[in-house]
Write a protein that binds this ligand. Structure first.
Ligand code: ZN
Length: 340
C-alpha cells in the first residue's frame, strides 16, 4: 500500500510500504480517507532533532476513514462504517487511560505521525478502543478535524477553562484551524468572543463566523483594544496558542481571577512574566495537550449539530508538503486536509 513518509528535513515522499496487517483481537483495520494537517506536522516536517523517532516516518496525526475489517472480540463496529481515530498510541491500562484521560497516559507509545507512524497511508490497523464512530451527516473531511483540531479545543474550553454560557473569551489567531473552531464553539453557547487576526481579510471572515470583536494585531495593540472594549474589566478566558509574542498581552486582557488556557507556542517556547501580577490578579493558567477520546465523540456530535469545521483547502495526499507550506505561511483560514 502507499504511504506518505518523511525521510528528512522537508523531504516527504509517497512510498510503497508493507500492507497494514489484518486486525488482531481487539483491533480494527481502517481505510484512511482524510488526514488533517496541524502545527505538529510542521514541527516534524522542519526536522525536530529532539524528537525520539526513526525515519522514514509515515506522517499524519489526525484522520478519519471507514472500517475495513473487524478483529476478534470487537463489538459495535461493522465494515464500511465511518470512523475517526485517536492520534496517540496510549496503553489503555494505566490509571489515566482507565479514567478516560488518554492524553495523560503514563505509558504512551507516542503521537502518531510525529514519534511513530501516522495516518497518511491507505490502511491502518489499531486498537478499536482508539476509534470513534462518526455520526450520520458528517463527511470524512469534517470528521478528520475531530481528533486534534476540534478535540483539542473542546478539551481546552470545556474541561480545562470551564467556559460557561455568557462569559467573554479572547481567541488568538482566529483564522487558524483551532482558532476558527474555538470561535464557533464559544459562540454556540452564547459567549462574547474577541479574536485577533493578522490581516483585515481574515478579520472579515472571523466576524462572519460570529466573532463579536476582531482586532488586527499588526495594526493595533490587542491588549489595549480588549481592555478598552471591556471597559478595563478584561475577559473571563483567554485561548492561547501563540506564545511569547502574545503571552503578557494575554494576561493583561484577563479579568481578576480569569483563566488562560494554552496548547501551543508557535512564536517560540520561552517568555518571562510578572509573578506579582499572577498572584495578585489570581489568574489560573492551564496547559492543555491533545484530548480525551470522549472529546472526539463530543466534537463529532457538535459537527452533526451543525458546528462544522472551517475548511481552508483540501489537497490530494501527494500534496501534503504543499499543505504544510501553506500552513507555515499563515495564509490560511481554517483547516487544511488531504484526502486519499
Ligand atoms: Zn495509559
Amino acid at each position: 500500500m502507499q504511504a506518505l513518509q518523511l525521510f528528512g528535513d522537508r523531504d516527504l515522499r509517497l512510498t510503497e510500504v508493507e500492507a497494514a496487517p489484518p486486525p488482531g483481537p481487539g483491533e480494527v483495520r481502517v481505510r484512511v480517507r482524510a488526514v488533517g494537517l496541524n502545527f505538529i506536522d510542521v514541527w516534524g516536517f522542519r526536522g525536530m532533532a529532539f524528537a525520539k523517532r526513526k525515519l522514514p516516518l509515515t506522517v499524519g496525526a489526525e484522520a478519519a476513514g471507514e472500517i475495513a475489517e473487524v478483529g476478534e472480540g470487537v463489538e459495535g463496529f461493522a465494515a464500511g462504517e465511518p470512523v475517526a481515530m485517536y492520534g496517540a498510541q496510549t496503553c489503555g491500562r494505566c490509571r489515566a487511560c482507565r479514567e478516560g484521560r488518554d492524553n495523560l497516559c503514563e505509558e504512551v507509545g507516542g503521537v502518531m505521525g510525529f514519534h511513530i507512524d501516522g495516518f497518511a497511508r491507505e490502511f491502518v490497523t489499531m486498537p478499536a478502543r482508539l476509534v470513534v464512530k462518526v455520526p450520520a451527516g458528517v463527511s470524512h473531511v469534517e470528521a478528520a478535524c475531530a481528533p486534534v483540531a476540534f478535540g483539542t479545543v473542546q478539551h481546552m474550553l470545556f474541561d480545562n477553562a470551564r467556559l460557561e454560557p455568557g462569559e467573554s473569551i479572547l481567541v488568538h489567531a482566529g483564522g487558524s484551524g483551532i482558532g476558527t473552531a474555538a470561535i464557533k464553539m464559544a459562540k454556540a453557547i452564547g459567549c462574547t468572543v474577541f479574536t485577533t487576526v493578522g490581516d483585515d481579510e481574515k478579520g472579515a471572515k472571523a466576524a462572519a463566523l460570529g466573532a463579536d470583536h476582531v482586532v488586527n494585531y499588526r495594526t493595533e495593540r490587542f491588549e489595549g483594544e480588549v481592555r478598552r472594549l471591556t471597559k478595563r474589566k478584561g475577559v473571563d478566558v483567554v485561548f492561547e496558542h501563540v506564545g511569547p509574542d502574545t503571552w503578557n498581552g494575554s494576561l493583561l486582557c484577563l479579568k481578576r481571577g480569569g483563566r488562560l488556557v494554552t496548547c501551543g507556542s508557535t512564536s517560540g517556547v520561552s517568555t518571562t512574566m510578572n509573578l506579582m501580577q499572577l498572584f495578585q490578579q489570581q489568574y489560573r493558567i492551564t496547559g492543555s495537550f491533545g484530548c480525551a477520546i470522549r472529546n472526539i465523540r463530543e466534537s463529532l456530535a457538535k459537527m452533526a449539530d451543525g458546528i462544522t469545521p472551517v475548511i481552508d483547502t483540501v489537497y490530494p495526499l501527494a500534496d501534503f508538503g504543499q499543505g504544510l507550506e501553506r500552513l507555515e505561511s499563515r495564509k490560511v483560514f481554517g483547516k487544511i486536509l488531504v484526502t486519499l
